[in-house]
Design a binder for this molecule. Sequence first.
Ligand SMILES: Nc1ncnc2c1ncn2[C@@H]1O[C@H](COP(=O)(O)OP(=O)(O)O)[C@@H](O)[C@H]1O
Ligand SMILES: [Mg+2]
Length: 300
Amino acid sequence: MSESVIEVRNLSKVYRDFWGRPKVRALNSLSLDVKKGEIFGLLGPNGSGKTTTLKLLLGLLFPTEGQVRILGRPAEDVEKNERIGYLPEESYLYRFLNADETLDFYGRLFKMSSAERRQRRDDLIKLVKLEHARKRQLKEYSKGMTRRIGLAQALINDPELVLLDEPTSGLDPLGTRDMKDMILELRDRGKTVVMCSHLLADVQDVCDRIAILFRGELKVLGSVQELLEAKDETQIMTSHLSEEAKREVEEVLKKHGATVKSVSHPTATLEDLFLRTVAESESRPGRRFEPGERPSTENA
Ligand SMILES: Nc1ncnc2c1ncn2[C@@H]1O[C@H](COP(=O)(O)OP(=O)(O)O)[C@@H](O)[C@H]1O
Ligand SMILES: [Mg+2]
């Protein structure tokens, strides 16, 4: 068993109203572990308790019941937060600072030297691809750019563990793909990532393991691969299969008692098509695709 970075045991949270009366049971007896170096996805519809869970991990909220250990410390120990990066659902950044100034400001909060701050700032601006906009005030930023600078800010202290609340919310497909690639890059750099989202495709693409929450309760927990694999079915993909060969293959399969359920051409995802269309259009402006024709750029 690899090392657990987060251990959650029977965690519950009841929000109370102004008079202290129980109002909403946002989380009910949640138990799960997050392993070092994995990308863990918390999935669930709006209001299922994802943000509440992240805030409990950070010690920003007190649990009603249960325990959390995170990086070997209890959640209420705020010193551990120096080793954690957090991207909230909405980043509150200073609108009149530019990207460089923003990262410099947060670097100071972590008492980094000026040389260290400059190095870190340049690394992060490059990671989140904001080189072209680093001198513009954040008030001029689009939603996608704001999400990028928010991520850079969350990473300023080179955290071991990164908590991302709806990292792709409000992003277009290009921004979404970039954000997913950045998350994968973080894992390649040895970080542990916990992200929550209600967008299923995003989670499926990047997460190693997921938990599905519904009304504060854990419904499903496991590796994405295992949860989605249909173990009693097999897919064989070939190119240039002639009609004759197809008939022969079907004969062989029948002989072995297998049922051919479908023989078809694979479809790409809409994301795939969209990204390739944009990449192709950038390299050849003014071109329009006919129905049935697919843009061919490989590495969109
Ligand atoms: N500060 C709060 N006071 C009262 N209820 C809250 C508060 N924050 C969240 N809730 C409620 O707790 C439930 C879970 O919310 P949340 O954790 O934000 O869900 P998610 O992030 O999955 O959308 C919802 O019913 C929400 O209305
Ligand atoms: Mg939320």
